[in-house]
Design a protein around this ligand. Structure first.
Ligand code: ADP
Ligand code: MG
Length: 351
């Protein structure tokens, strides 16, 4: 990806005076490093500074983050209208690459937690979803796959005219479509079927659309949609909740299919397949997986949702109402939400 790296203006590096950024508090910690809230003594404003771990692999990946984000910011969203975080600067400091961003608010996981994991009002789900989708459309136009879309990587924007808003952050795992390198990507709950199944050379921006579907559902119900304790657990929850399974041509070509599926020479008897087509694969039973792995899936601390997607949406958020007693307007909203989600958690990446 040398053409991308060239996009970074290396002349910017090393021009910064010492003691420009004064650390006030730590905002977050991740695999790549730490993020600090800093006072920028040059512009007299707060900024978020991501300090990347001082190891070569992280440094390289951070250069990628800088390249892709500067391209997105400058070329594809020059007027800051598409809900993508603004990168302000970057500089090396004692073998750490540091990236400064505009200062944003809490991430969506923190917001859900503050709400006791009961989910947000539909009005906010709608606004946030529209804005994330707007960012994804721009990213698709740029051919950039985020590869780690999840509530922790979506931040509330400070209130302007008291309108609620969000921005997508953390391009630390992002890559260009057609130049995909890694096969072990995305956080497990938000991992798309094609990544789980190992379709490495072929994944596209569609994997972000899957994660987006998981996020929209989570914003409404307050809990992750596919909180699997293992990859098998995630996949079996998908199949149970969405109905059907990944299309046979994907299963045939993917590397990891045999970890999860049994294959019959012909059509698998009595198996519900993708889009009403009949399949020659069926997912392994939990017993078969247990017998193989001889370890049980861990049970989480929370009661996690199971069952069909429509039932789940209609019975949340914790209203103790079933479909029958929902007010007419809410019933329509739920139907629309289920319809929207079905388009997003779609097993066929081409769709
Ligand atoms: P990592 O790649 O390690 O996950 P992120 O870029 O996602 O790093 O940052 C980690 C956390 O730091 C985020 O989940 C968020 O809570 C906080 N954070 C990151 N950028 C900002 C920002 N611009 N403003 C406020 N908080 C931020
Ligand atoms: Mg992150």
């Amino acid at each position: 990806n040398s053409d991308l790296i060239l996009y970074v203006n290396l002349e910017l590096v090393n021009k910064k005076s010492d003691r420009r950024y004064i650390v006030e508090e730590m905002l977050g910690q991740g695999t790549f490093g730490q993020v600090a809230k800093c006072w920028d003594a040059e512009t007299n404003s707060y900024v978020a500074v991501k300090v990347i771990k001082n190891q070569p692999a992280f440094y390289q990946q951070a250069i990628m983050e800088v390249s892709l984000l500067s391209m997105l910011n400058d070329k594809f969203d020059p007027d800051d209208q598409h809900h993508i975080v603004r990168m302000l600067d970057f500089f090396p400091w004692k073998n750490h690459l540091c990236i400064t961003f505009e200062m944003l608010g809490h991430n969506l996981y923190e917001l859900l937690k503050k709400n006791n994991l009961r989910g947000l009002q539909l009005q906010f789900v709608r606004t946030f979803s529209r804005q994330i989708l707007d960012a994804l459309i721009v990213m698709k136009g740029a051919g950039i796959i985020h590869c780690d879309l999840k509530p922790e990587n979506i931040l509330i924007t400070p209130k302007v005219n008291s309108a609620a808003g969000v921005k997508v952050i953390d391009f630390g795992s992002a890559c260009m479509e057609g130049k995909t390198i890694y096969s072990y990507i995305q956080s497990r709950y938000y991992r798309s079927p094609e990544v789980l199944l190992g379709y490495p050379a072929r994944y596209t921006t569609a994997i972000d659309m899957w994660s987006f579907g998981c996020i929209v559902a989570e914003l409404y119900i307050g809990l992750p949609l596919f909180p699997g304790a293992s990859e098998y657990d995630v996949l079996s929850r998908m199949i149970e909740m969405v109905g059907g399974q990944p299309p046979d041509d994907l299963l045939r070509e993917a590397k990891n299919t045999r970890k999860f599926f049994k294959h019959a020479g012909s059509i698998y008897p009595g198996n519900e397949a993708h889009d009403g087509l009949r399949s020659s694969y069926r997912i392994l039973t939990e017993d078969e997986v247990e017998a193989r792995d001889s370890k049980k899936p861990k049970i989480g601390k929370w009661y996690f949702p199971r069952g069909r997607l429509d039932r789940l949406i209609f019975s949340y958020p914790w209203k103790n109402l079933n479909e029958g007693n929902l007010p007419e307007a809410e019933k329509e909203d739920c139907l629309a939400l289920v319809d929207f989600l079905r388009g997003l958690v779609e097993f066929d990446p081409n769709k």
